[in-house]
Design a protein around this ligand. Structure first.
Ligand code: ARG
Length: 487
């Protein structure tokens, strides 16, 4: 930050003070080093406020014109870096008022009428977040798309489906990838719902009680893209629900990224060998030349910690605050900015990792039936023959033990062996059961057969996976349109 504070520093509250602030207070109080990123949003609010002062007869036509020109010029100067905050500017509002005074002289001092930093900062943060939530959704859409493209390639690829990280039942690998897409799609849905509640404008609430000047908060709200002005000025300056709710949404996204990250770490391991990561999205070791490490996935997993921490931090700050504004509320910004920065950092890296990973189809298909993963299919065949599930479960359990003792897989068993373990495997269907469409034991013990059989809605049958994918593509298209402002 530039230190051109040679002259008397501008303070927005100097009038009743005889002495200046101590260094310690100044260092504690200053927020411009992090709230400067709100400058574009503060300037938007300033334009709307200038117009409303003009409509109230508090600025002449000429004053409004000069004010808007100066705000444009200041915005340009902020963009090019020609205007920068100094260490003497307490916060973004102070810095921008200094910029306005430099351009307009005393006319610049008229803009503060009828507003306070309390309604300004609440407005700025809402504007910033509504804008950045759309950027975050665009990045989630890229990750969803990468997952869906892989799922499309692998709807027919059988994989070991797991519970307790143990082989459970074979699944379509595409089905598993789409499970992650559903989680991220809910995250986007949550952010869109958040946006509806966040679209309320605090401007006009002043410090806490509104203004005696004839301002028009509803007009300002509309101009800034909000749906309405806040109906209670005290709530408006004290409320940070929108920040806490955003941080919950961010933490949930972090948790989803972390779970996906953990799977990637497993899949890329020597033990799994389900995927190979592209060089562009993996790292090496400074000592072990052979290493290819899943750092992207690990950082996604690791950074979920700070996303969860940011939520805890803000909730703790808010707890117990009396109405209305308290300076504690300045502590809302760093967790929010950190959450935004973290997501905008992690999401593109994860999207790239997923888009470029190579799936080891042969390895997945070979391991899909391992660990007697078709045991449930065999038990369900017996059920369809009329055997009570309890007995079927028991019979297949014995078969697993028989295989383990004799070092065999289900597929190696002869008819005699099956009959020896339980007559249910080879006996005819029970009286009254129509066995014409029943598959044989051999057919049931095929992985593609097992996948195709799970064809009820929501199941892992490849045809259902393709339908699921088509429906998700529509959902994600709508999310992309919303993020681009077309919905
Ligand atoms: N910098 C403050 C914040 O971030 C806004 C200024 C309000 N300050 C005050 N003393 N009323 O919340």
């Amino acid at each position: 930050m530039a230190d051109n504070s040679g002259g008397k520093p501008l303070r927005l509250w100097g009038g009743r003070f005889e002495g200046g602030p101590s260094d310690a207070l100044q260092r504690l109080s200053v927020s411009v080093q992090f709230d400067w990123r709100l400058a574009p949003y503060d300037l938007l609010g300033s334009r709307a406020h200038a117009r409303v002062l003009h409509r109230a007869g508090l600025l002449t036509d000429d004053e409004l014109r000069r004010m808007l020109e100066a705000l444009d010029d200041l915005e340009q100067a902020c963009k090019t870096g020609e205007f920068r905050p100094t260490v003497a500017d307490e916060d973004v509002h102070t810095a921008l008022e200094r910029g306005l005074l430099e351009r307009l002289g005393s006319l610049g001092g008229k803009l503060r009428a009828g507003r306070s930093r309390n309604d300004q900062i609440a407005t700025d943060l809402r504007l910033y977040l509504r804008d950045h939530v759309r950027r975050i959704v665009s990045r989630i859409v890229e990750l969803e798309t990468a997952l869906m493209n892989q799922a499309e390639q692998h709807a027919d690829t059988a994989a070991p489906g797991m519970t307790h990280l143990q082989h459970a039942q074979p699944v379509s690998f595409g089905h598993q990838l789409l499970a992650h897409v559903h989680a991220f799609a809910r995250d986007v849905d949550r952010l869109r719902d958040w946006d509806r509640r966040a679209a309320i404008s605090p401007l006009g609430s002043g410090a806490l009680a509104g203004s005696s000047l004839p301002l028009d908060p509803q007009a300002v709200a509309k101009e800034l893209g909000f749906t309405a002005a806040a109906p209670n000025s005290m709530d408006a300056v004290a409320d940070r629900d929108f920040a806490a709710e955003f941080l919950f949404c961010a933490a949930m996204i972090g948790v989803h990224l972390s779970r996906l990250g953990e799977e990637i770490v497993l899949w890329a391991s020597q033990e799994f060998r389900w995927i190979e990561m592209d060089d562009a999205y993996s790292t090496g070791s400074s000592i072990m030349p052979q290493k290819k490490n899943p750092d992207v996935a690990e950082l996604a997993r690791g950074k979920s910690g700070r996303l969860i921490g940011n939520l805890m931090s803000l909730l703790t700050t808010l707890k117990g605050l009396p109405l209305t504004y308290n300076r504690d509320l300045q502590e809302d910004k760093e967790p929010v900015f950190d959450a935004v920065d973290t997501l905008l950092l992690v999401l593109p890296a994860m999207a790239g990792l997923i888009a470029t990973m190579r799936v080891n189809t042969a390895r997945l298909e070979q391991s899909a039936p391992e660990g007697f993963a078709l045991a449930t299919d065999l038990a369900e065949l017996l059920v369809r023959k009329g055997v009570p599930f309890r007995e079927a479960h028991e019979a297949v359990g014995h078969l697993v033990v028989y295989c383990q003792v004799n070092d065999k897989d289900f597929a190696d068993l002869t008819g005699e062996e099956l009959a020896k373990v339980s007559p249910h495997f080879t006996s005819a269907p029970a009286a009254g059961v129509d066995g014409t469409d029943l598959p044989g034991v051999r057919e049931v013990l095929s992985v593609p057969g097992a996948l195709a059989a799970r064809k009820a809605y929501g199941g892992t049958a490849p045809d259902r996976v393709r339908e699921q994918l088509a429906a998700l593509r529509e959902v994600v298209d709508a999310q992309a349109a919303w993020a681009n402002g077309n919905a």
